[in-house]
Design a protein around this ligand. Structure first.
Ligand SMILES: Nc1ncnc2c1ncn2[C@@H]1O[C@H](COP(=O)(O)OP(=O)(O)OP(=O)(O)O)[C@@H](O)[C@H]1O
Ligand SMILES: [Mg+2]
Length: 397
């Protein structure tokens, strides 16, 4: 449908922003253009509808050079949605859509049909037509205006839809809903769509083909599966790793999710003192170790309470037969032991059974939270540096 042949875009004879690109978009494809900021995605997209002219090379639409196609025809056949939708402020939502779709002033019968279509599209993007058709743009939130912008383009029924980061101003839920809708719509009508994003998840979710750009060049042009299985180079790997939640989690070892300084006791300690220690450190479980940190087991507040002889020692109530995890194991293995197995807490041990740390459900959950969502809020709970927080983690386990 659209074909780029050796296309470059150069500003002021020297700033090369698109560098010798060859690209063919086939009918019915959902192609996602992705890459770091400034790599030339929007420029490539704007060359697809003639808004930007190539400095070198040619861009063809259905076999014809885009420079030779009238602006009106391009506008009719190629839809364009950007991050910021501008609606006509003095027209209602219904009229905004109808006008853009070239449906205003048409005959009564077509009007009825187009109204039905507009209503259907509004429902598709989660907006009740009876509530919104007669409102003015200023009476809509930014996200709602953005959805109208998408509906407006779809109502025009262009041959191909170009979308430049259409969802980036939306909240995560609306964004997800619209992605789902767009994917569904594409499945239904097989509309050709080219979408620009820098969100790898969005690319994987929507695209049947992903084109990754860097410094004005195409680095890889493949199916999502190929990107995962055969990334072209280190940059591709990094770009996918950086933006794909879960990818980092695969490399996460148990050390990264463990409390480094768990509260320990020696087996010789009296039960009364052990209870005191638990209260003071606000934990319900102590890790029992010998002087050289060799793990013996755990002592719980419950077992101390149940023990008749108050003058007894920790050694009398220690549970020795407990699950442990060797250092260097994956965090995933710890997750499975804690959440899918029976372990309440999981001591980390070295080859000589010496205590190296402790994984609790909360320490694990918090660390995973940081890896997956990269939140800074959890620095205050850093279990590796803060004993107090570590103690809390054990108590909550
Ligand atoms: N008129 C211009 N003159 C000079 N340089 C320009 C001009 N327009 C764009 N550029 C440069 O071209 C490069 C590519 O811009 P483009 O908008 O295509 O990037 P992008 O990949 O869409 O980035 P983003 O993800 O930030 O939207 C940028 O470095 C930009 O500064
Ligand atoms: Mg851009």
């Amino acid at each position: 449908m659209i074909k780029f042949r050796h296309v470059s875009k150069i500003y002021d004879d020297k700033v090369v922003v698109v560098d010798d690109i060859n690209l063919e978009i086939k009918r019915g494809e959902f192609l996602v253009l992705i890459g770091p900021s400034g790599c030339g995605k929007s420029t490539v997209l704007r060359m697809m509808n003639g808004m930007e002219k190539p400095t070198r090379g040619s861009v063809c639409f259905n076999g014809k050079d885009i420079g030779k196609i009238s602006e009106a025809e391009l506008k009719r056949k190629i839809g364009h949605v950007t991050q910021q939708t501008s609606l006509s402020p003095h027209l209602t939502i219904g009229r905004n859509i109808r006008q853009a779709a070239g449906l205003s002033g048409s005959k009564e019968r077509t009007k009825k049909r187009s109204n039905a279509r507009i209503k259907e599209l509004l429902k598709m993007v989660g907006m009740d037509p009876s509530e919104y058709m007669d409102r003015f743009p200023s009476q809509l939130s930014g996200g709602q205006q953005q959805r109208i912008g998408i509906v407006r383009e779809l109502a025009r029924e262009p041959d191909i839809l170009l979308m430049d980061e259409p969802f980036s101003a939306l909240d995560p839920i609306t964004r997800k809903n619209l992605q789902d809708d767009l994917k569904k719509l594409h499945g239904m009508v097989k509309k050709t769509i080219v979408l620009v994003t820098h969100d790898m998840d969005e690319a994987f979710k929507l695209g049947d083909r992903i084109v990754l750009m860097r410094h004005g060049k195409i680095v890889q042009d493949d199916s999502p599966e190929e990107f995962l299985e055969n990334p072209a180079n280190k940059f591709v790997e990094e770009f996918m790793g950086l933006d794909r939640p879960g990818k980092n989690a695969e490399a996460l070892t148990v050390e990264k999710v463990a409390v480094k300084t768990p509260i320990t006791v020696s087996p010789d300690m009296g039960l009364a003192r052990a209870t005191q220690r638990m209260r003071k450190m606000r934990v319900r479980t102590l890790v029992v170790v010998e002087d050289d940190e060799t793990l013996i087991g755990i002592a719980t507040a419950r077992d101390i309470r149940r023990h008749k002889n108050r003058s007894g020692k920790v050694a009398d109530i220690v549970q020795g037969d407990i699950p442990v995890i060797p250092e260097g194991s994956s965090a995933k293995a710890a997750f499975e032991a804690l959440f899918l197995g029976n372990a309440g807490i999981l001591p980390v041990v070295d080859g000589s059974n010496r205590l190296k740390g402790l994984v609790t459900r909360s320490s694990l959950a918090e660390k995973l939270y940081r890896v997956v969502w990269d939140s800074d809020d959890y620095t205050k709970y850093d279990s590796n540096t803060n004993l107090g927080a570590g103690a809390n983690l054990i108590m909550n386990a």
